[in-house]
Design a protein. Sequence first.
Length: 373
Amino acid sequence: MAEIDFPAEIRALRATHDSIEQVTDVESLRAEIAELSEAAGAPDLWDDPSKAQQVTSRLSHRQSELERVEKLGERIDDLEVLVELAQEEGDPDSLAEAGRELGSIRKALEELEVVTLLNGDYDERDAVVTIRAGAGGVDAADFAEMLMRMYLRWAERRGYPTKVMDTSYAEEAGLKSATFEVNAPFAYGTLSVEAGTHRLVRISPFDNQGRRQTSFAAVEVIPLIEQTDHIEIPDNEIRVDVFRSSGPGGQSVNTTDSAVRLTHIPTGIVVSMQNEKSQIQNRAAALRVLQSRLLLLKKEQEDAQKKALAGDVKASWGDQMRSYVLNPYQMVKDLRTEHEVGNTAAVLDGDIDGFIDAGIRWRAGQRQGAAGS
């Protein structure tokens, strides 16, 4: 085993940590925490529960962000002390422990470094994820359900709360579409790199002749609307349809027509909700997602205008961003970042952090290239 150059490694850790502190702007972060703490202590805070929840949630997130940066600095200090003592005493066990801690700190810094790249307008928001089956018939519907499970398992692994808002089941198996929320700081910025067309290649379990089938599913990720966004939608621009909620196989699970479909007439955007208990709750949830989609559409239109002024910038996702090949070999590969994993079962069980981190770094590079062109 090669001997570790601890002084050089610790200098590298400090340099990375200093860079993260600068990007994070620790002093501004402390000032914001002080302001939020004062607001959270106001006696009339809970007169407006929605605003109170916003304040306390943001305070908790900012405190966690500061604590994470400061603790990593403390761990680097402790590592330096551990190395000095181990070298003075000639203690190989302590040096081995220092080597393990070095690797752990390096990994934590890499993860934090990725978070600092989430600096888009809505990156801090909760996310609304919609998955739709594409070409490929029943295999595509099954693939859509596999992707939904993958993302829900990823969120579960991280302790992120999720809420399934709408599911439209296919007749034979799988899902036509599904929409769910992921409620966590930076959920949108993190998951937005998953947006695009996903492709599955496998021996179809629905083909009696055991032929290989290629199928597709689309993933859409939008930021969740907040009260401060002020996206007003006139009533005459929305068509409201109510229908009976359905479960797998098209069976009715409600005795009343509680499901709601909203159509935004000017854009043609359609949002359906059926997982709440009442029609009123489904309508409110659908309106919130519709507002989120219109907010993102407005942002995309503004970005398109900026790009038109700046000239042609090649930074497109393409029709297909990731392939999941289960036969004739096992491989999941992102076609933008070239990141690939041979353990397809682990990926489909939610182990997608490597793809997400690579995607965030790729996107940052694309934005940097666009800004410099």
